[in-house]
Ligand binder design. Structure first.
Ligand SMILES: Cc1cc2nc3c(=O)[nH]c(=O)nc-3n(C[C@H](O)[C@H](O)[C@H](O)COP(=O)(O)OP(=O)(O)OC[C@H]3O[C@@H](n4cnc5c(N)ncnc54)[C@H](O)[C@@H]3O)c2cc1C
Length: 378
């Protein structure tokens, strides 16, 4: 039985492990945190990601994972709609609706699909040989090592030592989940270079996020009050912030890989997810791309006779697409919420009001119409 050592128990690492386990591999997931867990925030999963999850064998789990988004769009800081989409017709074009998902629900669904003895928490990898030997763990040699250890990947630093690593985008984000009983639509509001997004989840929970330029590493004594002061533009934003316990507000600087990697593969080591292509979150595709990576890698391992061939195929399939989406995501931020020049903002807003819904849908289709390769079971 071939054996894969997966470094990192995030969305990318766990979904890869689920797929490899399903095609009959032994998998070992090494996670530095003392327990496998996700942060208390939401994530949007687009149809491409949902298809990847289904290809990995998670049909039933996908059905219950999150809230389908029926309608919503983009607004100005006064609350005026710049663009309002009919979610039903968008879902018809994309093949299915996008889901708003609690990260913990996705994490739990992935963990439950793995044998408990595959999971090793509290194991921080500094360096790893290509046979995946970990002092203190009695493991067979690894046929495949997957670096799914996120944006600060140690595996990338070890095997791609010339890569400069992540860069700060200049933007900081705040995220949280609160409860609201009233009907709330998915929406993003843009105002003075800032952005506030609202994503309904299931059971009356709402995920919200704010993003604005700030010095790298800056922190505020009261992040909740900071968000209230800088983002409470129009209803329902103040209500959502007020409904959020102050201690639940998370703050993270947004970083990304400005220099794309020339390969995602070194010997029998493959990079995946943020380790390979961390991107700014403006298209809501970082996690979705990690799921696509997982589906392609697993399908290649099932199809090809050797790991070398499988990884060659994985790199050729995944690098162009994920890097193109990373570029598109970056420019969506620069030309969207991050514009501050009043003339450019007026031009952007006028353009957005004039765009027909089908043109927006066409653009989304380019990103979301991806379909996974068939994974052949043994
Ligand atoms: C503000 C914001 C909003 C976002 N919104 C969306 C969205 O709506 N939709 C979407 O698709 N994506 C979104 N993303 C992107 C998404 O969160 C990431 O792309 C995704 O989580 C990457 O998953 P990953 O498994 O590659 O990495 P991670 O989730 O970073 O997982 C890496 C794991 O590896 C572990 N690890 C790290 N180093 C080591 C080590 N040395 N040894 C052992 N373990 C290690 C970490 O503890 C972690 O558990 C957003 C990102 C941000 C910042």
């Amino acid at each position: 039985m071939p054996h894969a050592v997966v470094v990192g128990g995030g969305i990318g690492g766990l979904s890869t492990a689920v797929g490899l386990h399903r095609i009959g591999w032994r998998v070992t997931v090494l996670e530095q945190a003392s327990a496998f867990a996700e942060i208390g925030a939401g994530i949007t999963l687009w149809p491409n990601a949902l298809r990847a999850l289904e290809a990995l064998g998670l049909h039933a789990q996908v059905r219950d994972l999150g809230a389908p988004q029926r309608s919503g769009g983009m607004r100005t800081g006064t609350g005026r709609w710049l663009l309002h989409m009919d979610g039903e017709s968008l879902a018809r074009r994309l093949g299915r609706p996008m889901l708003g998902v609690h990260r913990a629900s996705l994490h739990t669904a992935l963990l439950e699909a793995l044998p408990p003895d595959a999971l090793h928490a509290g194991v921080r990898i500094g360096e790893l040989t290509e046979d995946g030997t970990v002092p203190g763990l009695d493991l067979p040699p690894a046929d495949l090592v997957v670096g799914a250890d996120g944006i600060n990947s140690r595996i990338r630093a070890q095997y791609w030592p010339d890569h400069p690593g992540p860069s700060y985008s200049g933007i900081t984000s705040w995220r949280a989940i609160c409860r609201r009983d009233e009907h709330t639509e998915i929406a993003t509001s843009w105002c003075m270079g800032r952005e506030f997004g609202i994503v309904p989840l299931v059971d009356g929970r709402i995920y919200w996020y704010g993003a604005m330029p700030a010095p790298e590493g800056a922190r505020d004594a009261d992040e909740h009050a900071f968000v209230r002061e800088h983002f409470a533009w129009h209803s329902p934003i103040p209500e959502l912030i007020d409904a959020t316990p102050a201690a639940d507000v998370l703050r993270h600087d947004i970083r990304y890989l400005r220099t794309p990697l020339g390969s995602y593969v070194h010997g029998n080591v493959a990079l995946l997810g943020d380790a390979a292509h961390a991107m700014t979150p403006h298209l809501g595709q970082g996690g979705c791309q990690a799921l696509e990576d997982a589906a392609v890698l697993v399908a290649a391992c099932a199809r090809f006779g050797t790991v070398t061939e499988a990884l060659r195929h994985y790199d050729a399939e995944r690098r162009p697409r994920s890097q193109q989406i990373a570029r598109a995501s970056y420019w969506s931020g620069r030309l969207g919420p991050q514009l501050v020049n009043p003339f450019a903002v007026a031009l952007r807003n006028a353009g957005m009001r004039l765009i027909p819904q089908r043109a927006v849908a066409r653009n989304l289709t380019r990103v979301c119409s991806w379909t996974p390769p068939r994974i052949t079971l043994p």
